[in-house]
Design a protein around this ligand. Structure first.
Ligand code: HEC
Length: 123
């Protein structure tokens, strides 16, 4: 009897842990997905980021190839701040770049750039 009781207790503890994590995790993923979707929209808007004019990436429609393809971005930019800096002001790293300084020239707002960073990080 006692053994059964402790088994039941252990099983409900596991269920509690699993139950809690399965409630929390989708919530977090959902918020991320929303930000990524927002970033993608701004990035593909011809009057906003228009990243697709110069960059190829998975699922891009009629991309240009003036810039490098956006692939494996987490591996290429382990530091998210460096990725944001590249989008904020690429001229800091390369004064002769044709990539527009989206933040410095106020082409995009900081929150728009933050959303784009999340999207680029998902590529
Ligand atoms: C007019 C063309 C152009 C546009 C528009 C453009 N880029 Fe770029 N981008 C470049 C070029 C060219 C480079 C190569 C680096 C350099 O020139 O210094 C680059 C480099 C990058 C890099 C660094 C890639 C690496 O592996 O080093 C990232 C990230 C990036 N661009 C993201 C974006 C995002 C996000 C947008 C849209 C908000 C965008 N770019 C819009 C031309 C462009």
């Amino acid at each position: 009897m006692r053994k059964t009781a402790s088994l039941v207790a252990a099983a409900s503890a596991v269920a509690m842990i699993l139950g809690t994590s399965s409630i929390v995790m989708p919530g977090v993923a959902h918020a991320d997905q929303e930000l990524i979707a927002k970033g993608k929209k701004i990035a593909e808007n011809r009057k906003k980021g228009n990243c697709v004019a110069c960059h190829q990436y998975q699922g891009a429609v009629s991309p240009g190839n003036i810039g490098p393809p956006l692939v494996a971005m987490k591996a290429r930019f382990p530091d998210k701040a460096a990725l944001k800096a590249q989008i904020w002001d690429p001229t800091a790293k390369n004064p002769a770049t044709v990539m527009p300084p989206f933040g410095k020239h106020e082409i995009l707002s900081e929150s728009e750039i933050d959303a784009i960073v999340e999207w680029v990080y998902s590529l």
